[in-house]
Ligand binder design. Structure first.
Ligand SMILES: N[C@@H](CCC(=O)N[C@@H](CS)C(=O)NCC(=O)O)C(=O)O
Length: 215
């Protein structure tokens, strides 16, 4: 396995498919902060050999920085860029209460995306005789519970979660729902959660989202 890429300096590079809510929220967050980067849309499953040069754990997203250092985990990547003084804007609201709401909604969305992943894997990637029925019931319940929690959080907002401005929480919710809608093939009807549904639909009308589509 070559490790040359880690030593190469140059343009920043994001690795992973936008079909992943973790990759897409990273890409959209970075664009909102106005960072320039190349995006290699390669699959950690179908292109495992190519992917392993960036991350032998085969987990997306991966970010290669200008100096060749590599970051993994969407939260760590976005955390790093949020701390950079050259960002054009912040992904987080200013006030203490809004910050907590933003982090809470982001965390719930990430947990729902994680459980949706387990469900997608079990339902659509396993042979029927190998499926985990009790597991699938639990994961579906967990995703639905997460969406209900988000619905309550958004019930106090006009549209975006905080101060009428789209932040990381809204981006993460929308990316999670787009993947869920695409990959769960109607198993969960997002319209059952009207506030969350409205935020998702609104986000997907923005150029920022249209320029970084799911697939
Ligand atoms: N907590 C991680 C989750 C990343 C994640 O689950 N990525 C999926 C793509 S949706 C992946 O790479 N899966 C491959 C695997 O786990 O084998 C993050 O926020 O970056």
């Amino acid at each position: 396995m070559s490790t040359n890429l880690f030593a190469v300096k140059g343009n920043m590079k994001l690795i992973g498919l936008n079909r992943s809510p973790f990759v897409r929220r990273t890409a959209i967050g970075l664009r909102l902060m106005e960072f320039e980067f190349d995006h290699e849309q390669i699959s950690a499953f179908r292109q495992a050999e190519a992917f392993s040069h960036y991350n032998p754990m085969l987990k997306a997203p991966v970010m290669v920085l200008e100096g060749g250092q590599v970051l993994v985990e969407s939260g760590s990547i976005l955390d790093y860029f949020e701390r950079r003084p050259d960002k054009a804007r912040s992904l987080f609201p200013a006030g203490e209460n809004d910050l907590v709401r933003c982090l809470r909604v982001t965390g719930i969305s990430l947990a729902a995306a994680d459980k949706a992943n387990w469900l997608i894997h079990d339902r659509f990637m396993r042979e029927p005789n190998l499926r985990d029925e009790p597991g699938a019931a639990r994961w579906e319940m967990q995703v639905r519970a997460g969406l209900a929690m988000l619905e309550r959080d958004y019930s106090r907002s006009e549209d975006w979660l905080c101060d009428g401005e789209m932040k990381l929480a809204d981006i993460t919710v929308a990316c999670m729902l787009s993947t869920l809608d695409f990959a769960l093939q109607g198993l969960i009807d997002i319209a059952e959660f009207p506030k969350v549904h409205a935020v998702w639909r609104k986000a997907e009308t923005l150029d920022l989202f249209k320029e970084l589509p799911l697939s």
